[in-house]
Design a protein around this ligand. Structure first.
Ligand code: GLN
Length: 212
């Protein structure tokens, strides 16, 4: 049974803990480097990315997190967590940085004021059982995707149609939406499978890429 940490600096930590436990993981809260050392994988929750990065700086977690993330620790970020896993962000605050890891540019608060919070049925590649009820709350979208990352879902209706809202790069997974708020644990189950399968099967399997 993998031990998955939930970064517990700010945001909807408890909802992720519950969804991960339902998906079969042993879960601990991560607020300190020594707690990070104990986990096989990490979830970065939704919340406020500017606050989470400031608290991570305060707790001296930024470099240890960057090291684990770039070193292959499976990591899943939802909403603010997606922003924090992005290599590049748009509409961040002046000094806003991220942990990085996914070769993408993410636009914060992208869906605009009139639709700051909404739900949409979204099909996620690799997740069976029909579309997922995706809850977006002042959500980012993926503005552009580098060659190393693979989009898993896009919005299909409205002005944002075509925008990528779920993405994977090897051991890293991110969604603009909040599966932890829906009672549908399929995204967390997918992540737990990623953790179990290890880095070999993360993102796009070499064999799925055509034997590279
Ligand atoms: N808009 C928030 C941010 O910039 C993210 C919102 C969320 O996580 N629900 O961090």
């Amino acid at each position: 049974m993998p031990t998955i940490g939930v970064l517990s600096l700010q945001g909807d930590v408890q909802e992720h803990v519950a969804a991960l436990e339902f998906a079969g993981a042993t879960v601990i809260s991560v607020r300190r480097e020594r707690e990070l050392d104990e986990v096989d994988a990490l979830v970065i929750p939704g919340g406020e990315s500017t606050t989470i990065i400031k608290l991570a700086q305060h707790f001296d977690l930024v470099e240890p997190l960057r090291k684990r993330i770039s070193g292959g620790m499976p990591t899943y970020g939802s909403c603010a967590g997606m922003i924090l896993l992005a290599d590049r962000i748009l509409d961040g605050t002046a000094d806003q940085t991220t942990f990085g890891g996914i070769d993408m540019t993410v636009r914060r608060n992208a869906f605009g004021r009139q639709v700051e919070s909404f739900e949409e049925q979204v099909s996620v590649e690799g997740i069976d059982g029909g579309p997922f009820t995706a809850v977006f709350i002042r959500a980012p979208w993926v503005e552009s995707v580098g060659p190393d990352a693979t989009p898993l879902a896009t919005v299909t209706t409205g002005p944002a149609a075509g925008k990528v809202v779920a993405i994977r790069q090897q051991h890293l997974l991110a969604t603009s939406f909040h599966p932890e708020l829906t009672g549908d644990a399929r995204v967390h189950e997918y992540f737990v499978r990623m953790v179990r399968d290890g880095a070999r099967s993360a993102g796009v399997l070499p064999e799925q890429r055509g034997g590279a």
